[in-house]
Design a protein around this ligand. Structure first.
Ligand code: GCO
Ligand code: MG
Length: 402
């Protein structure tokens, strides 16, 4: 069997997605998600100019060898753009293998380890009161885990908290908007938010919170310690993960579980974090972390240290990327939880998929390969539109993490 052709499909049904389609001489084809929010064109050029010409002619069965050809062969290892491109190739090859063997991908990587995949929903409110109401609503709708984000008194705009009632979409049209941030107001408020939500929802609902890299290690340690009485399921990206040793400080002061890695791109970004047990959940999803092949290795490395998966699943991961994560979620023993942020309805015009949300869990139907299809004619109708994630400044204008 040979790869005869491959193409990159850039489409914007409500938001930008980059999808790779790899075709073979036997008519079987596979899909991979190459979406890198705000850097979509860079990944599509990387694929078209630097990767696909060397992919054509290879036997799609040899996934491990092809992975190493593009990883080691690039010389410039790692990096978000390169790894998103490699991830897409890898995912498409697993899709092809599943279709050739007539098996869902999860059956090729160990089979079912569980019946269903627990997900967490995004819950946001303009203040603690509204967030607590929304969390109650999500629990009533069946969610057993919710990520709570809220507007913060004294801060005009908080990332991920939409102004109106429409769901939040990561990336806004045009160039990056600039928002303002105040750490001390944030730190004073978040324990109050947790207290209010616990009061409204009781003890059983799992509560998660995304700090979005905005704290220093000692600030994160304070927050972790103050949130302990509300037993959060996790604190996400409390500190920017480039400083892996920084997490030691948080660990020394708090038992709050920590999740990190949605902006990482290989297991090597995790070496200190995992080997010193500084975190509890890995967030790097197959779509950005070297595809299914490398996700399995990262998860295996984490499993030796009792660390679980909690893959990034915001809407900038396409249905193809989310399906790749769900196949791993079903198969991995050290699965923890999966982020679930439903795509806008319009996405269904371009993609169809085999997963379904029911009562707090995701369920995967038994279909060969990944189980996701793309309608190329429809995809063409939705042209790429420039959209960006915002930037964050401190009140005095200093550029900060967001
Ligand atoms: C999350 C996030 C997202 C990301 C976005 C980046 O879901 O945990 O942090 O909102 O910022 O997906 O592209
Ligand atoms: Mg996050």
């Amino acid at each position: 069997m040979k790869i005869t052709n491959a193409k990159v499909i850039v489409s914007c049904p409500g938001r930008n997605f980059v999808t790779l389609k790899v075709m073979t001489d036997e008519g079987v084809f596979g899909l991979g998600d190459a979406t890198l929010n705000g850097r979509e064109k860079a990944v599509s050029i990387c694929l078209e100019e630097h990767i696909l010409p060397s992919l054509i002619g290879r036997d799609p069965a040899n996934i491990e060898d092809i992975w190493h050809f593009f990883y080691k062969g690039a010389y410039w290892k790692r990096g978000g753009v390169n790894m998103a491109a490699i991830s897409a190739v890898d995912t498409a090859l697993w899709d092809i293998k599943g279709k050739v063997l007539g098996a869902p991908v999860y059956n090729l990587i160990g089979g079912r380890s569980r019946e269903r995949i627990m997900v967490y929903a995004h819950v946001t409110g303009r203040d603690a009161e509204e967030t607590a109401e929304q969390a109650k609503g999500a629990a009533a709708a069946g969610f057993r885990a919710v990520r709570i984000q809220s507007g913060i008194p004294g801060i005009d705009h908080t990332y991920g908290v939409p102004g109106g009632r429409a769901p939040y979409e990561p990336a806004e049209p045009g160039l990056p908007k600039e928002y303002f941030w105040d750490t001390s107001r944030y730190l004073n408020f978040i324990p109050k938010l947790f207290s209010r939500v616990r009061q409204a929802c009781g003890d059983e609902l799992h509560l998660l919170h995304d700090v979005h890299h905005r704290l220093t290690p000692i600030e994160a340690a304070r927050l972790g310690r103050e949130l302990e009485p509300f037993h959060p399921f996790w604190l996400e990206d409390p500190v920017s993960g480039e400083l892996q040793e920084g997490l030691r400080l948080l660990r020394a002061h708090s038992t709050v579980p920590v999740a990190i890695g949605e902006v990482f791109n290989t297991m090597y970004d995790y070496t200190t974090l995992i080997s010193e047990q500084l975190i509890d959940f890995i967030r790097l999803p197959p779509a950005h972390g070297g595809g299914i092949t490398h996700a399995l290795k990262t998860a295996a490395f984490a499993s030796a240290y009792h660390i679980q998966t909690g893959y990034h699943g915001a809407t900038d991961i396409s249905p193809v990327g989310l399906a790749a994560a769900l196949h791993c979620d079903l198969a991995l023993n050290n699965f923890g939880i999966q982020e679930y942020m439903p795509h806008q309805e319009i996405v269904r015009e371009v993609f169809s998929w085999n997963y379904e949300y029911r009562d707090g869990d995701m369920h995967l139907a038994e279909r060969p390969g990944l189980g996701v299809e793309i309608d190329e004619a429809k995809a063409k109708k939705y042209l790429y539109r420039c959209a960006s994630l915002p930037v964050n400044r401190k009140m005095d204008g200093t550029l900060h993490y967001w």
